[in-house]
Design a protein around this ligand. Sequence first.
Ligand code: GLA
Length: 763
Amino acid sequence: MHERGFMKRERVFKYSLCCRLIISLAIAFCLSRIGLVSPALGQSAGAAPAQIDYDETTHTFRIDGGGVSYMFGVNQNGELQTLYWGKRLRSDDPIPPAHADGGTSSFDLSVNATPQEFVGWGGGLVVVPDLKVSFPDGNRDLVLRYVSHAIQGNTLTVTLKDISRDVVVDLIYRMDEETGVLARSARIENRTQQPFTIEQVLAATWNLGPSSNYQLRYLTGRWVGEWNLQQTTLHPGKVVLESRRGSTGDEVNPWFAIERTDQRDEDVGDVWFGALGWSGSWQINVETDWQNRVRITGGSTPFDFSYVLAPGQSLETPKFYGGYSDEGIGGASRLLHRLELDSIVPEAPHRRLRPVLYNSWEATGFDVDEGEQEALVEKAASIGVERFVMDDGWFGERKDDHAGLGDWYVNPQKFPHGLKPLIDKVHSLGMDFGLWVEPEMVNPDSDLYRKHPDWVLNFSGRPRTEGRNQLVLNLARDDVRAYVYGFLDKLLSENDIAFLKWDYNRNWSEPGWPAAPIEEQKEVYVKYVQNLYSILAELRAKHPHVEIESCSGGGARVDLGILRWTDEVWPSDNTDPFDRLSIQNGFTYAYAPGLMMAWVTDSPNWMNGRSTSLEYRFLSSMQGSLGIGANLNKWTPEDFAAAKRLVAEYKAVRATVQDGALYRLISPGNSEYSVTESVARDGHEAAIFAFLHSSQKGQPYPQLYLRGLDPDAEYSLHMQEGKLADGTAQRASGDYWMHHGVSISLRGDFQAAFFTLEREAAR
Ligand code: GLA
């Protein structure tokens, strides 16, 4: 590994990069000392460095990590041209140096025909630009050229600059050694003497070579119907995945996967995938050009956006993660899961397993009070629950969703002695305590709004559209940020709270910021999210034992940005165990099962009236992080006994389910069946959950061909719930279970089974 450049200016830039690095390290150190950044920021410092090389004769960069190689070079025009992204290559494999395409006609200029890593709008560009600016003199042309680069461990920074103006762009590439996932972002710096306006800035462009066989997959949804996998064949044109909602949203999730249709299989074939680390409005463009080349660009959406960069200022984009797997969409998911658990979530790579929690939201709604919660505490403890969470309704004048948000004092009628007696009771039974909050919102019927009506997003003199009777606080404002941090810090300082369920129950409307200078008002899209992250970072630094769940009326704020600061997410308000099978299946394309909170609730289900057995409900939820959200006051002694058994069974396999490698053996989709298999990281165990919707015409349950086992090892099978088909073996080789398979007996409607395979010690 070495770092070298070939332009004269490089030394100056390298020097300044070096100084900047030393200064940022010093600042990070100081901030961490005073508690402004979480230790998570520097957590992967100990990871083995990826291989990053620069060949100065061919001007080619090569980044290797996991099973992936990523290559680009500087072409004869000084453009940064993508050369290869895919399976790791041998070091002597021939990759021709970068050479700009001449363009195919006077209509298709070279700048559009050449796949570039990051491109400014200028010089005839018609594809999606990564950066578009306008200067005060009316010039809007921006042409970026390579200047220098620096390699630091597993991070490569390449500096580009406009051909005549001091607009400097640092492209940052950070390779994850284990998964080969590359995190890319860009930092735009104004070194001119005048401010200029950024009209569009995306994090990166990913390029795929020409093929007429690409298939795009992405995830769409709505409230109680999140995480639907969509697929479409790519043809020349553009697919735009976007949220204009102010936050991530559930309409589309900021994740994509592209595979070759001629090879498609769950666990076989080339797949390129990516996800954005950003919890505000966002955009991913998948453009297929006239040569069937695909360019993927993404970052915060340019819609209704502008950002004024004053001289000396810089703006860093969110991260756009990209990866490759030759093990199909299943392999792509497993790489993302690994990345999330080992290097994104706050405690990574030493993340604690999710405790089994209880939450009474579906049982008691807003009617929480000391006596009633304490009664539930005892019942929850009796089945092995480890965390008791009190949901909405405990604060301000909160009786329903019309009032109280913003007033974060404990309601004195419901809790005359504060939260302490309840928390003490929870602790006395060996559990920890969690609390629901919705910090970014306010009801107009609240003391906070009456005092500070100007604190919400709004346009002066225009209506303020309510959603669920609430408005969105403008977190971009310093006074709002201080208020939100202040009440949360006080709550966590005064009460022994181990967990916050951080909710966010509506999208933005009228996203105005009247108090800011007019030309800066659209910066709200960036500054809001930056302040959200900084509040989370500061709280985590000051209260390091507190864990946080990201909830947004279900799964409307799940992305790799919020996951840097939260330990788990709530994927959907839909807790029907059958619907959950497809919701959870969709979730796992992009996110790890261990991040997904899944409650067992009452039957018939509140939403669709469907009745299912307690066992079926448990097994559905046991495929993620198990929670219980049923009204325990209505349970029979038999229910308690069954729940106790199932909680114990879950605890025995939860490390495998939460942290292991997931194989979607049968995705629910259009099928009657749904089967997942999780294999422990060290391979000692596999946990298999199988579901049947309805038996039809005497059809037996399909044979289950397991995956990810050691072919030569010996495994014993343990049926935990349900029945094996007669004559099924109890002990056999990995090859046997993967190729002969397991035959289980499931008949009827809404049936489920759960079994484990345990690797035997070598004889
Ligand atoms: C949202 C959440 C629910 C519950 C309610 C409380 O809808 O998704 O789980 O917390 O808010 O108001």
